[in-house]
Design a protein around this ligand. Sequence first.
Ligand code: PLP
Length: 423
Amino acid sequence: MRLSNSESEAGQLRRITPGGVSSPVRAFKPFPLVIDSGQGCRITDIDGNDYVDLCMAYGPLIVGHSCPRVAKAVRDQTKKGSVFGAPSHPETKLLEKITSTVPSAEMCRMAVSGTEATMHAVRLARGYTKKNGIVKLNGGFHGAHNTVLVAAGSGSVNGTPSSLGVPEDDVRNTYLVEYNDAGMFESLLDRNEDIAGIIMEPVMGNVGVVTPKKGYLAEMRKITKEHGALLIFDEVITGFRLSAGSAQGRFGVTPDLTTMGKIIGGGYPAGAFMGKREIMEMVAPNGPVYAAGTFAGNPVSAAAGLETIDIMAEKGRYDSLEKKTQTLVARMRDALEDSGVRGCIQSIASMFSIYFGVDEVTNGSDAQKADRDMFAEMFDYMLHHGVYLPPGPMEVEFMSAAHDEEACEKIAKTFEGFLKQVK
Ligand code: PLP
């Protein structure tokens, strides 16, 4: 496989941007590929090599790369203008869609990224409750702002605090609990009266895919209510992916606040935070909690997000995507078992993750025990055989409506090929 164009451009990038990437998870050795184009479930690098894509830009592209309907919605909007600094029709329609579909969303405010959405939601929770403490999950990632940069998911090294430059004071009020352990959370709330709320992914997606044990989310809802703390679901990944009603619709647990990003921008930058009217009314200009942004509610992103959500709302779309994913996952699980290589594949809806060296992952601590070297070997093998995975073992493999049978066959065959040559 010729990769000389990528190698040379990656070298150029390393000289002019840290690590040669605009976001750290994109870096891998010996050099990241430079991508030229994407169509459906496939991408092509600048050397002309094609790959079946399982990274899918880390989640926004649930209808695939360059979906013709989304591309048309974007073209139509860009002809009218790209940003106005004023309300626009696509923004209204997207807000209508979100507030009529997402159970917790009585009101919603747009932002530009998932990071912004969670930053605003955390501020709002503190402003509303007049408390300072924020609880997060060990391994939970909520973007790149100070409060949540503690033991934060795939970007952290061995789950330790995630960045220099975060003043200790900024994380003094950030508390950690483990996923799937409601008792640990409850005892923290019993001991500390200054907790504004917990921000958590209902299904963890930044230590690979980790699903809730039966009753766990309902228990978290009950505990937060009893203690006057807010439950914030970070659905930046799971929003409009786990179902039309997102994870909260699928599990029937309604949080006080929800954050989203990724899919609601249909491949363009977007974020949003939403929740109970009484809480959301505290956001500026109505209330004293500040949130703002030049590009917030951008009409091009809104048009793309709306079209994406509309496509997925068509009858049978979520079911067939889930069925296709689960068929592939079942085959890969069989191959893993037959090979005798220790590991597990965890999955829900159209997301899955492959862990080596462990039998089950139920929280962020378990995920840290997975064999990173073996994952790196698999990543390399898959890449050189035409399947592009996210480079880290703590990421999610994303399927899309555009993944066809041929692509699924290629993924399964390549995975089987990898397992066969493991010594
Ligand atoms: N929250 C979760 C759960 C995420 O997975 C991410 C990004 O992957 C974010 C927040 C941050 O979103 P963004 O990268 O759009 O800032």
